[in-house]
Design a protein around this ligand. Structure first.
Ligand code: ATP
Length: 539
């Protein structure tokens, strides 16, 4: 861990996420960042491996005392932005177990498969689609490098012109288009031999063994099954839900009728989902038990693409509201549409291991409701009183993994700064309204009535905010600990406090301290960490 040297009273001007003049942000990157995120998450109580004392369970994780707060705050921010800010969206909380026919109707029993391929030398198993996508990403990097090189050379650089005329770029783009076309056709035809042939033609090697000694591609169903009741026979087989969406679809009419909802309207849900992921080695990016935050928006047929575009924009706005650089996000339009979709895109985030899916936005047509109608024999239709017609609504879905969002947050927020005096600090620049603890209250010394005064301040703030009290160690060390868990404000009680009822409040990002009257504290802290002010930016 990085040493902490600064002492009580140091103040620097360091605005968050900006180039700083007095503190150099030595942002970790790539593998180093990923390793640091994992070790920091454990060391400071954000994330532990599940059942660690038994050597852990692969791709299953527990959230610690800090993690549970950060996760809850991200979930709340999503929930409020969806349900509280939109009059026509309501929430729901459905069971993890569902009638097994649900998963026949949704297509998960027959088609929730990953195409897998093994390398015979390393004995490692890979998702065939991921191998191909990684290969495409490498060609994209080559194009990007050409663009950057040219940009640096020419003053009035015209990127569009360059990309469409430079022979090397054009050649590489052609390669990407050809790969995409072959890949799309092979997947759409469920032609696994062609998928393998594509991997061979692209000369993709196993990252571990370096060889091209591949098995055939096979499909593998990702659902976990278990038995209902005490008798174990096949008719009692039920599944742990692999997505929360189906709980929304089967309740569509219940919610619409009991809530007298008029189309367009949405139903939101957060909750656990389970997938027997094969390639599961990216910490909380790909877990076997994870949490989703999903919203299904029911619309009139024919208007779905318009709503799809609106939700794409709205969801990107939500991500941008967190204050991380926009360049960290991008859309990726699906080349192969799932069986239920007529348009689909991912919001990708630049994780330490590259751009990967963080959220999916899918125009799901009437596939799910229609299919549940067929399998259940119940009418899942809507009567549109304005147009005097009955129809099965179309659906636009937004689906984000809470754990992936957590990982995105940790990898953006974790920074190492070299300060003016040459010392350094590790700081988690979590947006204050999402931070686990909002305030730390620190008596400068453990005597002279300072602890009692600090407790009084905590009592005043704790009804509204999660506060932490710390009296052990020198004040500079305590500041560093608070920086490392992302506490945005430290309130220090010193001898002057006893004389004039003032305290210092230290800002995590700028390290600046201000002296304030205690009776101003609640108001100022409320403002600084307010989720409502943040939500107002989304309106
Ligand atoms: P991927 O292609 O990465 O497997 P997916 O396309 O199967 O993801 P969706 O079915 O669209 O994912 O699920 C919606 C969201 O749920 C994803 O965008 C992701 O954030 C999250 N998610 C999916 N699978 C996992 C997982 N195994 N662990 C953590 N989060 C997940």
């Amino acid at each position: 861990m990085i040493s902490s040297k600064d002492s009580y009273g140091i103040s620097f001007q360091t605005p968050i996420f900006a180039i700083m003049s007095s503190a150099i942000v030595k942002k970790f990157s790539g593998e180093e960042l990923f390793k640091n995120v994992i070790s920091h998450a454990k060391e400071y109580g954000f994330i532990f491996q599940s059942s660690e004392i038994y050597d852990g369970l692969s791709a299953v994780y527990d959230y610690g005392q800090m993690g549970v707060e950060l996760k809850k705050n991200i979930r709340d921010y999503w929930w409020k932005s969806m349900v509280q800010l939109n009059e026509n969206i309501v929430g729901i909380d459905t069971a993890i177990f569902m009638h097994p026919t649900t998963w026949k109707a949704s297509g998960h029993v027959d088609a929730f498969n990953d195409p897998l391929i093994d390398n015979k030398d390393s004995k490692k198993r890979y998702r065939a689609d991921v191998l191909i996508e990684d290969h495409i990403a490498k060609v994209e990097v080559k194009i990007q490098k050409e663009v950057e090189k040219a940009k640096a050379r020419f003053e009035n650089f015209d990127e569009v012109m360059f990309v469409s005329t430079n022979p090397r770029v054009v050649e590489n783009q052609k390669k990407i288009d050809e790969i995409n076309a072959r890949f799309k056709t092979a997947l759409n035809d469920n032609n696994l031999e062609d998928v393998k042939q594509l991997i061979l033609d692209l000369e993709i090697v196993c990252p571990i063994s370096g060889s091209r000694n591949w098995t055939d591609v096979r499909q593998f169903n990702l659902m976990f099954s278990t038995q209902l009741g005490s008798v174990s026979d096949e008719s009692n087989t039920i599944y742990l839900r692999p997505e929360t969406a189906q709980g929304i679809f089967v309740n569509f009419l219940n919610v619409q009728k009991s809530g007298r909802m008029k189309i367009p309207f949405g139903i939101a849900q957060t909750g656990k989902a389970f997938r027997n992921e094969i390639v599961a080695r990216q910490f909380i990016f790909r877990m076997r038990e994870f949490e989703q935050m999903e919203m299904q928006f029911f619309v009139k047929p024919g208007t779905e693409i318009e709503w799809y575009e609106k939700w794409k924009a709205k969801r990107m706005q939500w991500h941008n509201s967190l204050g991380f650089p926009q360049s960290k996000y991008r859309f990726h339009d699906h080349i192969k549409l799932a069986h239920y979709a007529n348009a689909a895109a991912d919001i990708e985030f630049e994780f330490p291991f590259g751009f990967k899916e963080l959220e999916g936005i899918h125009s799901r047509t009437d596939f799910d409701l229609k299919s549940h109608m067929q399998y259940s024999g119940k009418k899942l239709q809507y009567f549109d009183s304005e147009d005097n017609e009955n129809y099965i609504p179309y659906v636009v879905e937004t689906s984000i993994g809470l754990d992936r969002m957590f990982l995105a947050m940790m990898s953006m927020a974790l920074n190492e700064e070299v300060l003016e005096d040459g010392s350094s600090r590790v700081v988690m620049n979590i947006p204050p309204f999402l931070a686990p603890y909002k305030v730390a209250v620190l008596p400068l010394m453990k005597k002279d009535g300072l602890p009692e005064k600090a407790r009084e301040i905590i009592d005043e703030l704790k009804l509204d905010h999660l506060c932490i009290y710390e009296e052990k160690d020198a004040i500079g060390k305590r500041y560093r600990r608070m920086d490392a868990i992302g506490t945005p404000y430290c309130i220090t009680v010193d001898h002057q406090t006893l004389e004039d009822n003032t305290v210092t409040i230290r800002d995590r990002d700028t390290m600046k301290q201000e002296r304030l009257a205690i009776d101003q504290l609640a108001q100022i802290v409320n403002q600084k960490v307010s989720m409502s002010l943040q939500l107002a930016k989304l309106m």
